[in-house]
Design a binder for this molecule. Sequence first.
Ligand SMILES: C[S@@+](CC[C@H](N)C(=O)[O-])C[C@H]1O[C@@H](n2cnc3c(N)ncnc32)[C@H](O)[C@@H]1O
Length: 397
Amino acid sequence: MSLTVEAALKDANHQILDTSTLVRVVLSGRRRNMTTEFERIDIRPVEIKGGVQLQVSHNDGRATTVKNIVPDTDAVAKLLEGGYSNILVEHIEGSMSIRITKSGEAHVHHEKKSLEQNLSHDKKKARLLDPSDPFLLEVGISDHKGLIKASKRDKYLQVEEFLRLLAPTLKAAIEAGQIHRPTEENPLKIVDLGCGHAYLTFAAHQYLHSIGVAVVVTGIDVRTASRDRNNSIAENLGITSTINFRAEEIATTTAQQADVAIALHACDTATDDAIAWAVNGGAKLLLIAPCCHHDIQRQMLESPEPWGALTKFGLMKERLGDLLTDSLRSQILRIMGYRVEAIEFIGGEHTPRNLMIRAVKTQAAPDPVDIQRYTQMCAEWGVRPALEGKLASFFIG
Ligand SMILES: C[S@@+](CC[C@H](N)C(=O)[O-])C[C@H]1O[C@@H](n2cnc3c(N)ncnc32)[C@H](O)[C@@H]1O
């Protein structure tokens, strides 16, 4: 059904204000010749001090901002008139969706369905890992009561947020044909480089199996004590046919090539070893959360002007060194035919090392601009990233 925008928004406003039935509202897209303040706004009713308010949230790509407003015609109209072209209003008996076309018409669609309203204020993220899963007890994250140990809470959250990115990235890469569809006969090969106590290694194995993805997971760590401990946990869990651990240097590991390479806080240039091993072996997907960065820091002896204004402060120089290291790594990956993103995978309160490099192999030919930027950055700073020398083929120029 087509309506004028004014009539459609009035109808939506009316439905949103009926907080006894409202489930949620999503505002997205952009109307022609209009700008929106946020890419998307989510609204839902929440119970606060015995009354119902509207919880309005939006994300700027890094953090989600949430504010509660009193349901009121003018406040809702302001949101609805914020330039969004798609408006979805769900209530307990169905939904109303409005699409505002380029010619300024409102196409309205109503659908009947039964939905549940949740007025709880703190809508907790659904946990991917059940704290009472035996593997969490075995690796030492949970205690015998099935509760996360206070000392392991940050690591548990890091692992869970890592998985929250791994699973959809994997799904998208499989759907795009960038990674084969895993089967029991041809499972996905995942290698965790610098796995330590293997919290992430076991979690990836358990979680992916739980959602029906056939995987064989290998954990590599230079420490023999880690290998022995982790293999013995795998035995206790009865999963040795699909998970194994090796005590080897990443750079010289005998592990076979992987479809997916993951690394969580592999120290300094061990992260470069991990990226190089994955790229040299043709891994299709890399999720790498680096740790300390000393390689480039050590090489930053003279700053090209005007950056001296920044590097004269030790703290800023260190942070810039971290960013320079990860941007050069990302640039190398781009040149090697990967699509690369840098993501904050968890809030800084859980670890200051919260940047993740996510790279998907696309086989795209390197963009000359990327090569030029890379060579220029290295030349201006007088640095040569460790990663460059570890790659079997890295020819530029
Ligand atoms: C900071 S810990 C992180 C462990 C684990 N990924 C986690 O997040 O809990 C880094 C691990 O990398 C291992 N490591 C460092 N350099 C390595 C290398 N060159 N080859 C293999 N393992 C290495 C260390 O032994 C250590 O267990």
